[in-house]
Design a binder for this molecule. Structure first.
Ligand SMILES: Nc1ncnc2c1ncn2[C@@H]1O[C@H](COP(=O)(O)OP(=O)(O)OP(=O)(O)O)[C@@H](O)[C@H]1O
Ligand SMILES: [Mg+2]
Length: 272
């Protein structure tokens, strides 16, 4: 397990420009950050502020125009397919739309088996693999025996999301990047998902990077909050600092937009 306060993911002058010439879009503009092992970080900004573009750069799914990324203290190298695969053992993502995350021709047991293979457990005896998959399903309140022969599209939306977390449970990445399922999910399943992610974080010391529009939610779940506006981190700090002593007008506006429902949230009271 990694130590707290050591650098997990660091960016220096990270920049993404789409296109070139007059039509080019500066989506991420020289951002700097240093996320620590075991931290929960939220990146908050309005639509179009560059959050997804930044996460795709962190995941190595889109090229970096300028700047550097350091993973566990070393400059990231994903120049070959093998190095890329190695990097993805360390960083995994869950996306807004669970439907897009699965290969439709792979049944649930295949989805989970792939995770075991990625962790080098593909050659374990059949019974041991079965037990690990069952344990992962139990963690997210899914019944493995009922689902094993189903395709992901035969699951309900909530089951599919829980399957996504079961994958993370098996993969145990050092970093989990979650591009927040905002409008797609009702508040109840959202809190269930968050609850499970936090439990996983407590058990594995995983770093979670949460991407959201919602500064109230960010305050609720994170240690550090980064505010993104037009591709720039305009301010960052502990979640208490950001909410109690916001400095820039953009952050103040985001806070004033928050409905007051979070005060009434109690994750423990929600069952699956
Ligand atoms: N592939 C692309 N080609 C050109 N421009 C792009 C591309 N992807 C994103 N952009 C532009 O980059 C900017 C940032 O987009 P991005 O998707 O990162 O925003 P976001 O903060 O994730 O927004 P949302 O909250 O709506 O998901 C936007 O102006 C967008 O139009
Ligand atoms: Mg986005």
């Amino acid at each position: 397990m990694s130590n707290e306060n050591t650098s997990c993911l660091k960016g220096v002058g990270l920049t993404k420009i789409f296109g070139s010439g007059k039509k080019s879009v500066l989506a991420v503009d020289h951002v700097d950050f240093d996320f620590k092992n075991g931290e929960v970080i939220s990146i908050v900004g309005e639509s179009g502020s560059g959050k997804t573009t930044l996460s795709k750069m962190l995941l190595g799914l889109t090229s970096v125009t300028e700047g550097k990324i350091y993973f566990q203290g070393k400059e990231r190298d994903i120049s070959t397919r093998a190095k890329q695969k190695e990097y993805w053992k360390g960083i995994q993502a869950i996306f807004q739309d669970p439907f897009s995350s699965y290969n439709i021709f792979t049944k649930v047991d295949g989805v989970l088996l792939d995770c075991l293979k990625m962790r080098g457990k593909g050659n374990l005896p059949r019974e041991e693999k079965y037990q690990l998959m069952k344990e992962a399903c139990r963690f997210v309140n899914l019944e493995f025996d009922e689902l094993t022969n189903k395709y992901p599209f035969e699951l309900s939306g909530g089951q599919m999301q829980r399957l996504m977390i079961a994958r993370v449970f098996l993969l145990k990445p050092q970093i989990l990047l979650a591009d927040e399922p905002t409008s797609m999910i009702d508040a109840c399943s959202r809190s269930t998902i968050l609850d499970m992610l936090m439990k996983l974080r407590d058990e594995t010391n995983m770093t979670i990077i949460f991407i959201t529009h919602d500064i109230g939610l960010a305050y609720y779940i994170s240690d550090s909050v980064y505010i993104m506006e037009h591709g720039i981190f305009v301010e960052h700090g502990t979640s208490d600092d950001m909410l109690m002593h916001p400095k820039v007008p953009y952050t103040k506006r985001l806070i004033s937009d928050v409905p007051k429902i979070y005060e009434a949230w109690d994750l423990d009271s929600i069952t699956v």
